[in-house]
Design a protein around this ligand. Structure first.
Ligand code: ADP
Ligand code: MG
Length: 445
């Protein structure tokens, strides 16, 4: 029997576990409890202690692994006592408005019980209001690089008091072309600052940024070797471009997703798919960079609530969307970059949930599919379009069709289409499924 200290009424059951073991303040522990965060995620357990010590860190982890709290907690813990109008002590740069808002909200959740202000700075909203918020004082600012620079140039934001800079989704910010803005912002922060960089991937441009603007950064890699998460079933269809929409509509009918994001490559494509799909299904919305901020905010709120069930989106905006109910990802267009595939697919299966992803590949895009497979070190499983698109196939000779119809039970098991969609015409000749040989383009590589 171990000796007990007389003072403690209960035996010290076990050493502190979870967040308490990291040595966080009671106020943060209370906020975490309120948030329902019982255990740190691996990224949090790995990063928080080192960040608390002030080290410069590069964290590589896929989306949905809890990176926000991994930087927000040490920032909050390290805040210096301050006066109301002191300049900000921490700045987080994020690639999109949606992410900036998401990070701000997570920060606020974790800052519960502290009297501090966290302000999001992003374009598309009147700058006046943000200037006013800054004037009232903010300990932490979260923003997109463009708007942050704008506010600096207007004299509304001073970075002289910054102690920690976070570059969130650094790879994406560089993809979007924020490099010069980021560099200008970093140059305005005190040299003695701590810099934390987060990225799902660390390609050479991210590495160069780190080498230039960080002090001996420690690289912490939490990416699994199998980058796209285990719990996500990943399939592809080989489909002609002109059949994609039909395939989408029928696939949605077959799968009946809880919530789905349909990724398109261009804004125009996104609009088109949205308009066509909205004619067939209810709860369809779209989001891309050309839509006014108000509309984007509304659509995101509706998607979070679940009133929007199908969200058609571009990569830039769709990335980082954190909605746990998403069950399906449809890559209506093959992503342009392999990393986008990982980001898109990472929208489902959040926090270990189940998810499924379907990628539409035209016969010419075989090489892109192979690149993705090499990147994620895994083969996507092939699905045949034949069941879904049989009505598009040329009618088979009459004899076969009749024989097939007579001999075969219907292949369409769960109803393929939502009730609003007319069922396939009964008299339509049904062709037996012999699609397996149709598309062999890709594996030629
Ligand atoms: P990332 O930035 O890595 O994509 P986020 O920080 O957005 O991930 O976190 C993903 C989700 O997980 C969010 O909904 C967040 O509230 C939740 N989350 C983060 N940490 C924990 C935790 N320790 N326990 C439970 N949920 C968590
Ligand atoms: Mg994040």
């Amino acid at each position: 029997m171990p000796k007990r200290r007389t003072k403690s009424p209960e035996p010290p059951a076990q050493p502190p576990r979870g967040f308490a073991a990291i040595g966080l303040s009671p106020i943060t522990l209370a906020a975490l409890e309120d948030a329902g965060y019982l255990e740190p995620t691996p990224v949090q357990a790995g990063l928080i202690p080192r960040a608390l010590e002030g080290a410069d860190l590069m964290g590589q982890a896929r989306t949905g692994t809890g990176k926000t709290a991994a930087f927000a907690i040490p920032i909050l813990e390290r805040l210096e006592p301050h006066k109301a109008k002191d300049p900000p002590q921490a700045i987080v740069l994020a690639p999109t408005r949606e992410l900036a808002v998401q990070v701000r909200d997570e920060f606020q959740k974790l800052a519960k019980g502290r009297k501090i202000h966290i302000v999001a700075l992003y374009g598309g909203k009147p700058i006046r209001q943000q200037i006013e918020h800054l004037r009232q004082g903010a300990e932490v600012v979260v923003g997109t690089p463009g708007r942050v620079l704008d506010l600096i140039d207007r004299g509304a934001l001073s970075l002289g008091g910054i102690r920690t800079v976070v570059l969130d989704e650094a790879d994406r910010m560089l993809d979007i072309g924020f490099r010069p803005d980021i560099e200008r912002i970093l140059r305005r922060c005190p040299q003695s600052r701590q810099t934390l960089l987060f990225s799902a991937t660390i390609p050479p441009p991210v590495m160069r940024l780190a080498e230039r603007y960080m002090r001996d950064p420690e690289m912490m890699d939490f990416s699994p070797t199998d980058i796209a998460v285990e719990t996500i079933d990943q399939y592809y269809f080989t489909v002609m471009a002109e059949d994609k929409f039909e395939l989408l509509a029928r696939l949605m009918g077959r799968e009946s997703p809880r919530q789905a994001i349909i990724f398109c490559r261009t804004k125009r494509g996104t609009d088109k798919v949205h308009l066509r799909l909205a004619k067939k299904l209810s709860g369809v919305a779209c989001i891309h960079g050309d839509l006014p901020q108000k509309v984007r905010d509304r659509v995101m709120a509706q998607f979070r609530q679940g009133t929007v069930r199908y969200l058609v989106a571009t990569d830039v905006v769709g990335r980082g969307i954190d909605v746990t109910r998403i069950s399906h990802i449809i890559n209506y267009d093959v992503p342009q970059f392999c990393d986008d595939y990982i980001h898109r697919v990472g929208r489902t299966g959040r926090m270990g949930g189940e998810g499924v992803a379907f990628t539409f590949v035209t016969p010419e895009e075989g090489i892109q599919l192979t690149r993705i497979e090499m990147r994620i070190n895994r083969l996507l499983k092939r699905q045949e379009t034949a069941d879904l698109l049989m009505h598009r196939l040329k009618p088979a000779p009459q004899r076969t069709a009749v024989a097939a119809a007579a001999a075969e039970p219907p292949i369409l098991e769960p109803p393929l289409v939502e009730p609003s969609e007319p069922a396939p015409v009964a008299s339509e000749p049904r062709r037996p499924v012999y699609g397996r040989r149709q598309h062999r383009y890709r594996r030629a590589l």
